[in-house]
Design a protein around this ligand. Structure first.
Ligand SMILES: Cc1cc2nc3c(=O)[nH]c(=O)nc-3n(C[C@H](O)[C@H](O)[C@H](O)COP(=O)(O)OP(=O)(O)OC[C@H]3O[C@@H](n4cnc5c(N)ncnc54)[C@H](O)[C@@H]3O)c2cc1C
Ligand code: SF4
Length: 801
């Protein structure tokens, strides 16, 4: 069996190898990679930097994949030499490996511009996982971060740093951001959008020197201006890694030259990815590289036939709320006609360049929903004569959001991974794909920038037999509406009780499924100003205690932040003895549980305890677990106890779609496990990370970073914004971890912490209204409500700016 050695364990090399394995197992394969990680999705490094994904989330091929396919893997070994005559390669570990065929897939490296002082501490490039980890370890709230380079990578890293709480400035050499893809007007719109996000942009600046004694402290520009910096990220472009090509004696221009069959000048040596040049073009995007891989796989396995004929350049910015797409040409020429639309108030700029009735290029800023349509026109060189009236605004029937039926079979849906409509339909029909997750796994569609997710879902909905039911789940047979529908109905029809909803929209009686859900919906829509029907609640809510296996109940008094007092402990002990409680147990949530209580004793126990209900039985705020933080711990950087107590005080007694557990820790050692809670606050030196959607039960999930903020007030605000947003948008019985995954953390961020001020204010006001009308269940239960008995509600005016 012949040996095939692959140098470069990156996206193009391994994708090509996957295709080779599909053709035939005729090679003994060994892959060398100088990174220490298995193959991962480099596109998603921006989302790792922005805290949306963990490094594990972006793995493409796990170790098992290599093992199962009999692929030898050598990680952390850099190949430093190629002997084309003797047919062997040499690693930096001294190893010499012979090959029958060699595949060079070494990608690119970050370009370092001629700036003095690049070797200072806290100066990073942004190309791989190690870079990303290094940037993350230096990024902290309030740090002055400077990104050199206003291209795609620069802007994506700027956004990531901003989410980490840094004050970010982007420095760009040219007068237009993304000047390789945008005209000056498009650049201005993009600049305005970045500035609206809070990223400062300085154009036309030549950075000459990095200042600082050991660690970077600032930048000096050619015009003499100075700028302070605690960390600098260089994102000034890439350079193909062509050293091995040169050493092998291959023809190399800007990159290793290949023909349409992806052959180099040596018949035994092949190359793919960012390190190759085809027809004078070096591609820096995944889709054309995957296409190259398919062609090369055919060539290398003796099935020579398919050819690579080039790819229309296209770029999409992956910055939340800043839609930018550019493909083909973007500068007018004497032969091009321009079709343009601008709306400065909306921040929308669209420009099409037409030559001979065919699309020559497109620039979209502020709204890029039609990018696939334009990409398809470019790819197929479509004659636009009959579409001239609908170039910028498609006819409603052709609107991709409403119908995917009109899309051609060969039309590309996922631009990042080059997946067509036909391939998606093929996967649905041939491989029984029914869910988005299965589609991702099977075709890789929607695993890149994610902007095609809606179209993928649309296709699934249209073609997959079971998809409809999955997404449009009706509440139950008694009330055949989705929860989303019911919210609208309750609000628009001003329905204030469960019975009203059941009478008008249901069967009048309801069941154990719909009644608690409707109770919740009516409560949250009217912020507590509704007609409460306790009989519609779950049994636990009706008796305000958790029913146990033997029919007795458990009683958990509230101890905010897990803090109690000798007096409270004495009362708990007295109650336990007086009512012969079977067991007194400390729970995993830092609370005390009185187990084995008779139902008849419940009201008396509550009265004797004189403590509020811990609501350990309800779909509502359970508790805030805290570590000891700065108050007692020598590692503490933030006041975890005080903050946790305050968070619990602000949110206690409120109902949520499912139980809501929270945690606050004083430092990243995370002693109270805040990163696996529904809402967690993680203290750091001078800042807080607010994380959401974590879980550590049957389902384990590390919470996503919502935002990093400097002050405790800001952290509490962010937690409350998410809390209310979850209350208002999640389905009843949907935990935060499912909700955050379903919505996507970017959307959640955009509609909470990065929402316009008025929207945030409205969210907090609705939360405040609910809070004002909420009450401690144990006090409410017996006597008619007496407001003076209620737990003191912390005024929240200070939070609503
Ligand atoms: C942050 C970021 C965001 C991006 N976003 C997008 C996007 O949205 N859409 C898009 O299409 N593209 C995007 N790209 C570009 C895309 O990731 C690349 O085009 C693609 O990864 C190139 O694949 P490749 O295999 O040629 O190179 P790589 O993926 O870089 O793989 C090459 C591998 O070879 C290794 N290597 C190099 N030399 C040697 C040696 N001598 N010995 C051993 N190993 C070696 C490298 O360390 C690397 O692991 C992005 C890139 C980055 C960095
Ligand atoms: S998380 Fe940090 S501050 Fe809190 S107890 Fe642990 S080490 Fe101390």
């Amino acid at each position: 069996m012949e040996s095939l050695v692959v140098v470069g364990n990156g996206m193009a090399g391994v994708a090509c190898l996957e295709q080779i394995l599909k053709h035939s197992p005729k090679f003994r394969v060994t892959v060398f990679g100088d990174e220490t990680h298995v193959n991962y999705n480099r596109i998603l490094l921006s989302s790792v930097l922005a805290g949306e994904r963990s490094p594990e989330d972006i793995t493409i091929n796990s170790l098992e994949w290599y093992q199962q396919n009999g692929v030898g893997l050598r990680l952390g070994v850099r190949i430093v030499d190629v002997d084309a005559k003797r047919r062997n390669i040499t690693g930096d570990d001294g190893s010499v490996t012979p090959f029958d065929r060699l595949l060079i897939a070494t990608g690119s490296s970050a370009f370092l511009p001629p700036i003095t002082g690049l070797d200072k501490q806290n100066v990073f490039t942004f190309r791989n996982l190690d870079d990303t980890r290094a940037i993350l370890s230096s990024a902290r709230a309030g740090a002055k971060a400077v990104v050199i380079g206003g291209g795609l990578l620069g802007l994506e890293s700027a956004r990531g740093l901003q989410v980490q709480g840094c004050e970010v400035t982007v420095i760009h050499l040219m007068d237009t951001l993304m000047n390789m893809q945008l005209d000056p007007t498009g650049g201005l719109y993009l600049k305005a959008a970045m500035e609206q996000l809070g990223v400062r942009v300085l154009l036309g600046r030549v950075t000459q020197r990095l200042l600082g004694n050991g660690r970077v402290e600032g930048l000096e520009f050619a015009n003499g201006e100075l700028l302070e910096a605690d960390l600098v990220v260089i994102a000034a472009g890439i350079r193909p890694n062509v050293d091995l090509g040169r050493k092998a004696g291959l023809e190399v221009n800007r990159a290793i030259v290949v023909n349409d069959h992806m052959e180099t000048s040596d018949p035994r040596i092949f190359a793919v990815g960012e390190c190759v040049e085809h027809n004078g073009v070096v591609y820096g995007l995944v889709a054309p590289l995957l296409e190259q891989g398919k062609v090369l796989a055919a060539t290398i396995t003796g099935n020579k036939g398919p050819v690579f004929l080039g790819w229309k350049p296209a770029a999409k910015l992956k910055v939340m709320g800043v839609d930018v797409f550019s493909a083909g040409e973007f500068q007018e020429t004497p032969e091009t006609e321009t079709v343009r639309c601008e709306d400065p108030a909306l921040g929308v700029y669209k420009k099409l360049l037409i030559r001979n009735n065919r699309l020559a290029g497109v620039v979209l800023v502020g709204e890029a929903g039609d990018s696939n349509r334009y990409m398809e026109w470019l790819r197929t060189d479509a004659d636009l004569l009959v579409r001239r009236r609908n170039l910028l605004f498609p006819e409603p029937a052709a609107d991709r959001g409403e119908s995917v039926a009109d899309m051609a079979h060969g039309e590309t849906v996922c631009g990042c991974m080059g997946v067509t409509k036909g391939q998606i339909i093929g996967a649905i029909h041939d491989r029984g794909v029914n869910t988005l997750a299965q589609l991702k796994e099977c075709t890789r569609a929607s695993t890149g920038c994610g902007s095609c997710t809606a179209v993928c879902q649309e296709l699934l909905r249209a073609v997959a037999p079971d998809f409809q039911e999955e997404t449009k789940k009706l509440l139950c047979k008694c009330v055949p509406f989705t929860q989303e529908n019911l919210r609208e109905i309750i609000q628009s029809q001003r329905l204030k009780s469960v019975q009203q909803v059941l009478d008008i929209y249901g069967n009048g009686t309801g069941c154990e499924i719909c009644k608690p859900a409707l109770s919740y919906l009516v409560d949250v829509v009217w912020c507590g100003d509704h007609e409460e029907d306790r009989s519609a609640r779950f049994i636990n809510d009706r008796v305000h205690a958790n029913i146990q296996r033997d029919g007795t109940f458990s009683v958990v008094p509230r101890m905010r932040g897990g803090v109690t007092s000798p007096a409270e402990l004495r009362r708990i002990a007295d109650v336990a003895e007086k009512y012969e409680v079977k067991m007194v147990k400390v729970t995993g949530s830092q609370r005390i549980d009185l187990l084995g209580v008779r139902k008849s004793d419940l009201p008396k126990i509550w009265a004797d305890l004189g403590m509020p209900s811990g609501q350990a039985y309800t779909k509502g705020v359970r508790m805030v677990k805290t570590c000891v933080g700065t108050e007692f711990c020598r590692f503490g950087t933030q006041d975890a106890i005080g903050t946790g107590v305050e968070l619990e005080r602000r949110l206690e007694n409120l109902y949520t779609p499912h139980k809501t557990k929270m945690g606050v820790v004083g430092c990243p050692r995370n002693c109270a496990e805040a990163t696996v809670k529904d809402i967690g606050l993680v203290g750091q030196e001078g800042s807080w990370q607010v994380v959401v959607g974590g879980a550590a039960g049957k389902h384990v999930r590390k919470a996503d970073l919502l935002i990093t903020v400097r002050t405790t007030d800001e952290a509490l605000d962010a937690a409350m914004l998410f809390f209310q947003y979850y209350r208002e948008h999640a389905n009843y019985l949907e935990r935060t971890y499912d909700f955050v995954e379903r919505y996507g953390i970017e959307k959640v961020r955009k509609e909470t912490v990065y929402a316009p001020e008025a929207q945030k204010k409205a969210l907090l006001q609705r939360l405040q209204k609910s809070k004002t009308l909420s009450r401690d269940a144990w006090l409410e239960r017996d006597a008619p409500m007496n407001p003076t008995q209620f737990v003191q509600i912390q005024p929240m005016e200070s939070l609503v700016q």
